[in-house]
Design a protein around this ligand. Structure first.
Ligand SMILES: *Cc1c(COP(=O)(O)O)cnc(C)c1O
Length: 459
């Protein structure tokens, strides 16, 4: 048994166990084993501690998920109570339980439009797989099983099951573990800073939305089931589309009767200053996935919110939907998610992000590093931001391949008590929504310091 003290024997013990038996996600485990993984021991608010006693500001809210911060008694107690009452039962055998039914209602109380029916899963990837199967089955029920092509985007992230990998636009993932799921098409991403040349944001927004129309016409409108996108691309580097992009996308989907699906796994639950990213970006999907912030990451749970058009088809159809998971609507995870949503409402966290801390964070970040020689561009809304690091601000020229500026910067952050993630040469931030003004100041000071150190390292 390992105790919870901060000392180097704990570090060495855990690292040894880890190296002997643990294979890490999205990691070269061999290389990590040689160096030893960092051991996180505990957390509170927006801070983490490692086994060496270092206090670290978590600029990523875990993996974009610990929205209400660490150590929230309300969430811990909800889990504890539900564990005692009913730790598990399934929802397959014509059975239900109070936590899953109540959570469905809680989620419906915060989703926009008619997204009022909820299907449960345990991860964002499973929610995405659920959407893929559901939209195809929807068209089957309509007597159009040939409408089964799903269109997504380059550099999109939709999880890492075979469905999520196939739908997403990450080349490094497509290269492994294929062949991929067929009948998926992809269009360009709306990355204005990186890909628009001299075009205005507005022109580029139209161009990128037009790419959807062109793709629909290329594959045949009567073969397309749905278009799927993250309101703001997260793992792709926090790419905020031009303001007109999503309204144009919605028009095109309506014109060709293509279902519109939002992957809200990061944007959902307040990240952008609305309950869901589609509200901030100005569109109304037919169906959407959510996970991460749903339980603030305290337990694994995900959901798909289904609008009337699709839910009516399934509910009115005389057949089972042959899909679901052993832990769909797990009672303990559901109890935590209910407590999380109620806590978000009680703390008025959406208003706090929209009107107070979100604008403050965006402004402070620009004050701290907007003029920094490494920074080409900062984009973000609410409490999510992406920063493009470039070799030359004027020409936007990137660093040569032998300088991995993102990794160099990330390592300086790690060594200086800040977690900031690198996506190629983009640095991304997504702190807990409960972060205070003083903590934002500390965060931005650290970002500035780490950018200075990065510049020194590469010059
Ligand atoms: C994280 C993420 C997923 C996958 O969620 P998992 O819980 O890791 O399976 C899917 N879509 C988006 C947009 C994500 O950010």
């Amino acid at each position: 048994m390992l105790d919870n003290n901060s000392n180097s024997s704990i570090t060495a013990d855990v690292q040894a166990l880890d190296a002997d038996h643990h294979m890490h996600p999205f990691t070269n485990t061999g290389a990590l084993n040689k160096k030893g993984a960092r051991v996180i021991t505990h957390a509170d608010g927006v801070y983490l501690w490692d086994s060496e006693g270092n206090k670290i500001l978590d600029g990523m809210a875990g993996l974009w998920c610990v929205n209400m911060g660490y150590g929230r008694t309300e969430l811990i107690e909800a889990a504890n109570e539900q564990m005692k009452q009913l730790p598990y039962y399934n929802t397959f055998f014509q059975t239900t339980h109070a936590p899953v039914a109540q959570l469905a209602k809680e989620i419906a109380s915060v989703t926009p439009g008619d997204l009022n029916h909820i299907f449960f899963a345990n991860s964002g990837s499973e929610a995405i797989d659920t959407i893929m199967r559901m939209v195809r089955q929807y068209w089957s029920i309509q007597g159009k099983p040939y409408r089964n092509i799903i269109i997504a985007r380059e550099n999109a992230y939709h999880g890492s099951t075979i469905g999520g990998t196939s739908l997403g636009g990450m080349g490094g993932m497509h290269n492994q573990g294929g062949p991929l799921v067929p009948n998926i098409s992809r269009i360009r991403q709306p990355y204005w800073y990186g890909e628009a040349g001299d075009m205005s944001e507005e022109e580029f927004g139209i161009l990128c939305a037009k790419a959807l129309e062109e793709k629909i016409l290329e594959v045949g409108p009567d073969n397309v089931a749905a278009f799927v996108g993250e309101p703001i691309q997260g793992a792709g580097g926090v790419i905020v589309p031009p303001a007109n992009y999503w309204t144009e996308i919605q028009k095109i989907c309506t014109k060709y009767d293509v279902l519109l699906a939002a992957d809200e796994v990061i944007c959902g639950f307040g990240r952008t200053g609305s309950w869901f990213g589609c509200e901030t970006l100005g569109f109304t999907p037919d169906i959407m996935s959510m996970a991460k912030g749903l339980s603030s990451g305290y337990l694994p749970i995900a959901a798909v919110a289904v609008g009337d058009r699709i839910s009516n088809a399934f509910i009115g159809h005389d057949d089972d939907f042959n899909h679901g998971f052993t832990y769909s609507g797990h009672p303990v995870a559901a109890a935590v998610a209910i407590a999380n949503i109620q806590l978000m409402k009680k703390d008025n966290i959406i208003d706090y992000v929209a009107k107070d801390i979100g604008p403050y964070f965006q402004q402070k970040l620009r004050e701290a590093v907007g003029e920094h020689p490494l920074v080409g561009h900062i984009e973000g809304v609410g409490l999510v931001a992406g920063i493009a690091l470039v070799k030359d601000k004027a020409t936007k020229a990137p660093f040569s391949d032998d300088i991995d500026v993102g990794m160099i910067c990330r390592d300086h952050c790690f060594a200086n008590g800040l977690i900031m993630r690198a996506v190629g040469s983009r640095m991304v931030l997504s702190p807990p929504l409960v972060i205070s003004h003083a903590e934002v100041d500390e965060l931005c000071d650290k970002v500035q310091r780490c950018f200075d150190l990065t510049l020194q390292s590469i010059s």
